[in-house]
Design a protein around this ligand. Structure first.
Ligand code: DX5
Ligand code: ZN
Length: 224
């Protein structure tokens, strides 16, 4: 079943607890936290300290997307702060297999992230060891960017790769997702849809989330 992970990057941080409660009531399945270090990404955001506060605001699983160099140094801190899922970029760590093991040892689900220009081949040898693959449909760094259309074909090829390897990894898509492309993304294989600005910048964020969910659920059984 397709699920929604609102990204708090576009939330109003003066009322973060209320924003999280609102998306939880509207049907969110995860809270997506974008962690940026100003080195791997051209932007700085939040760290374990904010995850601790998110943990107090929700019972939903926290999906920590680490866009940081040397993620190994912070896995313990994010797990300790209450993250349930931690994903890392292959280009940000020297020994991806070890990093994935650290995430598992910390009691979290482990994800690997593909940037728009990162080939699927990059994850062939690790796909059986991860709980999910996060496919970036924008370049990491900012909320509110435009969905890169070629991501749909990449989603299909990722789905095929997972099947071919008899792996169980779920597929998460992140970047530029909204009511207009949620159906296509789900039909192409996305099982978790991250959406930031399309939810939190909408006039009625709860309704926007429901619209994305309805669109995705309507097409998830369509094979393309
Ligand atoms: C980008 C982040 C995304 C971003 C999504 O680096 O990984 O999670 O917040 O935001 P929207 O949905 O606005 O593209
Ligand atoms: Zn993200």
């Amino acid at each position: 079943m397709v699920e929604i992970a609102p990204s708090i990057l576009s939330a109003d941080f003066t009322r973060l607890g209320e924003e999280i409660a609102m998306v939880e009531r509207a049907g969110a399945s995860y809270i997506h936290v974008d962690v940026m270090d100003g080195h791997y990404t051209p932007n700085l955001t939040v760290g374990p300290f904010v995850v601790e506060w998110v943990r107090k605001a929700t019972r939903l699983p926290i999906d920590a997307h680490l866009m940081i160099e040397n993620p190994d140094n912070f896995i313990g801190a994010f797990a300790g702060a209450g993250a349930n899922m931690i994903s890392v970029h292959p280009g940000a760590t020297y020994h991806l297999h070890r990093t994935i093991s650290y995430i598992r040892q910390a009691g979290c689900q482990a994800g690997v992230v593909l940037n728009p220009a990162t080939p699927l081949a990059m994850i062939e040898e690790i796909i059986a060891d991860v709980d999910y693959v996060l496919l970036m449909s924008v370049n990491p760094g900012f909320g509110g960017q435009k969905f890169i259309p070629s991501s749909l074909d990449k989603l299909r090829r990722l789905r095929d790769l997972i099947r071919f390897k008899s792996a169980t990894a779920r597929i998460e898509i992140d970047g530029g997702i909204g009511p207009d492309n949620a159906a296509e993304a789900a039909a192409a294989g996305a099982e978790i849809l991250v959406a930031g600005s399309a939810i939190f910048k909408a006039g009625d964020p709860a309704e926007a989330l429901k619209k994305i969910l309805r669109a995705a659920q309507s097409s998830e059984r369509v094979t393309v």
